[in-house]
Design a protein around this ligand. Structure first.
Ligand SMILES: Nc1nc2c(c(=O)[nH]1)N[C@H]1C(S)=C(S)[C@@H](COP(=O)(O)O)O[C@H]1N2
Ligand SMILES: [Mo]
Length: 239
């Protein structure tokens, strides 16, 4: 990988540096990583790494390694207080919504255990998440037939784009709890999108809106060199 490419993708540069450092350490050892944060490497022989999913794909996408806790990846934070929360569901809909936090909690809740995959090479398996299905919000907002894509809108202008069909998958949530607790500060409280089957940058923290659109609009990372679609099993990392 050329250094100019690494300049364009600072997250990637950091992960390669980290990998170089970790190579010298044994799996299963507690490690203080470069730049702070302590975490435990999952054992290299974790059987989950060789499991096959119900959809026939390997549990661990190519080029990923298992870590044992959600890793804070930064971003420009929004207001974490539930009192300030508003979620707009808008765009190509007949019934636009503006939900406060109580309204979000009053909707049917989905609890799921799922894996997430960060483009920098880590995967967190078996995270427990609670939230409301985007498909349910789409139904309430009466999405029009003309809608083809979904834009997740977040604090300070962060956006992430998805194909409508993928956003309506039953495991795509507006999530407000992780492992039985409200989202902690670095992870986008009070609510974020959760798209388990695409790279984790599609899971917008500090979520403020879900906009249904007819034409695709590449988002924050998608306009900065990341792949527009982001399928971890096809290693759609960079565009
Ligand atoms: N609002 C917002 N959401 C965001 C980001 C961001 O910068 N801002 N970064 C994305 C990226 S690149 C990743 S890898 C994940 C990281 O989530 P985590 O910090 O909870 O691990 O959040 C995604 N959601
Ligand atoms: Mo990321």
């Amino acid at each position: 990988m050329s250094s100019s490419k690494l300049d364009r993708y600072p997250e990637l540069a950091r992960s390669i540096e980290r990998r170089r450092f970790l190579k010298t350490a044994l799996a299963g050892t507690v490690i203080t990583a470069l730049g702070g944060g302590t975490y435990v490497m999952a054992a290299a022989d974790d059987p989950r790494a060789r499991a096959i999913r119900a959809d026939g794909r390997p549990r661990l996408p190519p080029g990923q390694r298992i870590i044992d806790a959600l890793k804070p990846m930064g971003g420009n934070p929004g207001d974490p207080s539930p009192a300030a929360f508003r979620l707009r569901v808008h765009g190509e809909v007949d019934n636009p919504l503006a939900l406060d936090f109580a309204a979000l909690l009053a909707l049917p809740q989905t609890d799921q255990v799922c894996d997430v995959h960060c483009v920098t090479g880590w995967s967190l398996l078996d995270g427990r998440w609670r939230g409301v299905q985007v498909a349910h919000l789409a139904k309430l907002a009466k999405v029009r037939d003309t809608a083809r894509y979904v834009i997740f809108e977040a604090a300070q202008g962060y956006t992430a784009n998805l194909r409508l069909a993928e956003a309506l998958a039953p495991n795509v949530l507006v999530a407000h709890q992780h492992d039985g607790k409200p989202l902690t500060r670095p992870h986008g409280p009070p609510a974020r999108s959760l798209v388990p089957d695409l790279y984790f940058w599609k899971s917008a923290k500090w979520l403020t809106g879900i906009r249904f659109v007819t034409r695709d609009q590449p988002g924050y990372w998608e306009t900065r060199g990341y792949h527009n679609h982001a399928d971890p099993w096809k290693e759609e990392r960079y565009g």
